[in-house]
Design a protein around this ligand. Structure first.
Ligand SMILES: *Cc1c(COP(=O)(O)O)cnc(C)c1O
Length: 392
């Protein structure tokens, strides 16, 4: 029999759960796109997005998923023949490279594997050898969604500054904005990308490139930039239609407005603490289960994201558990992405509109699934998670 009928729960690392308030805000007739409410709403959205990214600089909005943002960010600062250094801690850093190469940008990967965070000392070695400053940018991923690894972005800024290396620091915060603490300006990040469908709780389809004046100065000479990806018209408040280079993403903007209101009503610090506590609850259960069974969280504790957890079960047990949870219990877990073999892994997204009963529910379902599939596990996992929530 199936126990799945009821409210389904998509517990994958994006798209995330869409709050009722966001859905309600989007359920409306098409608005006027030239004047009136919608056009008046956009400047406030830009202001509030910048608050979440912790920047006083610029924010361009694109009708795009995350893949487009990689291209947007690179094309506004680089020219064919420029070189970038990409430290990788999982699948998503390769996304930067996949976009850079067809633009004629030379990419140098520095791969740290799938268990370790970026080692700033090794990045420093490569940058120090680049005495001619051929490397123009250091595109990194803050939280890698395939491995669950969170990288130390501020440490990379210190490396660049200590070497006096002028390369721009680019951070992919698509999985983590509004989930893991991030400080664009305080950490000295020049370009940040984020998308609507993860911590920002809005359907996929709009994305954001935040950039500072240093990055905009490089836009002056960048030859990769095309009309559509150009960020300058998109930050010109005098010409609303050009904000989007065409029709505005009308309903997404209403949804995003509601999502940003939720973030600000709760308070960004509280949003981040909620993510931290719920992540700790999940890890407490996984650690207890893993003490006497195959379940193991991929990333070491000090480099874990609060938005997504990747875990190893072995064999094809990751896939089997996912199937059980989806079809028997109505919870969709994330696939093992970019791991080998991917069927040995699964991921849990705990980003955006998540609370204690959702995370505790997912954990109860995972325990049921492991029992049903005869996967051994240590005792006390659910108790340990409940303790974390009780202590919050
Ligand atoms: C989800 C994600 C992307 C890709 O976003 P799409 O909207 O699927 O194109 C890129 N980088 C990171 C870190 C992500 O989590």
């Amino acid at each position: 029999m199936s126990l799945a009928n009821g409210h389904p729960y998509l517990a994958i690392p994006g798209p995330s759960v869409i709050p009722d308030a966001v859905q309600r805000a989007m359920h409306r007739a098409s608005p006027n796109i030239y004047t009136g409410e919608l056009t008046e709403m956009v400047p406030g959205i830009v202001t509030d997005l910048k608050r979440v990214a912790r920047t006083a600089h610029h924010c361009a909005i694109y009708i795009s998923n995350g893949h487009g943002l990689w291209e947007a960010a690179l094309s506004n600062i680089l020219s064919p023949g420029d070189r970038v250094l990409i430290p990788a801690t999982g699948r998503f850093a390769h996304g930067w490279a996949d976009m850079a190469q067809p633009l004629g940008i030379e990419t140098e990967m520095l791969d740290f594997g799938k268990r370790d965070a970026i080692d700033p000392a090794r990045v420093a070695e490569v940058l120090a050898a680049d005495t001619g400053h051929r490397i123009k940018a250091l595109p990194v991923v803050y939280v890698d969604t395939s491995t669950g690894i969170r990288n130390d972005i501020a440490a990379l800024r210190r490396v660049l500054d200590e070497l006096g290396h002028p390369a721009l620091l680019l951070a992919d915060c698509i999985a983590s904005l509004g989930c893991d603490a991030f400080e664009m300006d305080a950490w000295g990040v020049d370009v940040v990308i984020a998308a609507s469908q993860k911590g920002l709780m809005t359907p996929p389809g709009v994305g954001f490139v935040f950039y500072n004046d240093r990055a905009d100065a490089m836009r002056e000479t960048a030859r990769c930039v095309t009309h559509y990806w150009d960020w300058r018209p998109r930050t010109d408040p005098d010409y609303f239609y050009r904000y989007f280079d065409g029709t505005a993403p009308t309903h997404h903007l209403y949804g995003l407005r509601a999502a940003l209101d939720m973030i600000h009503d709760e308070g960004l610090d509280n949003v981040l603490s909620r993510h931290a506590t719920l992540a700790r609850a999940l890890w407490a259960a996984f650690d207890a289960w893993g003490a006497d069974g195959p379940l193991a969280i991929n990333a070491a504790r000090d480099i874990r994201s609060h938005a997504v957890t990747a875990a190893h079960l072995g064999g094809s047990l990751g896939d089997e558990l996912r199937h059980w949870c989806e079809f028997k219990a109505g919870v969709t877990l994330g696939i093992g992405l970019g791991m080998e073999p991917s069927s040995a892994y699964f991921r849990v997204g705990h980003m955006g509109h998540v609370n204690a009963h959702m995370v505790l529910g997912v954990l109860g379902v995972i325990q049921s699934g492991m029992r049903a599939l005869d996967i051994p596990f240590g005792p006390g996992g659910l108790d340990a998670a409940a303790e974390v929530c009780a202590g919050a």
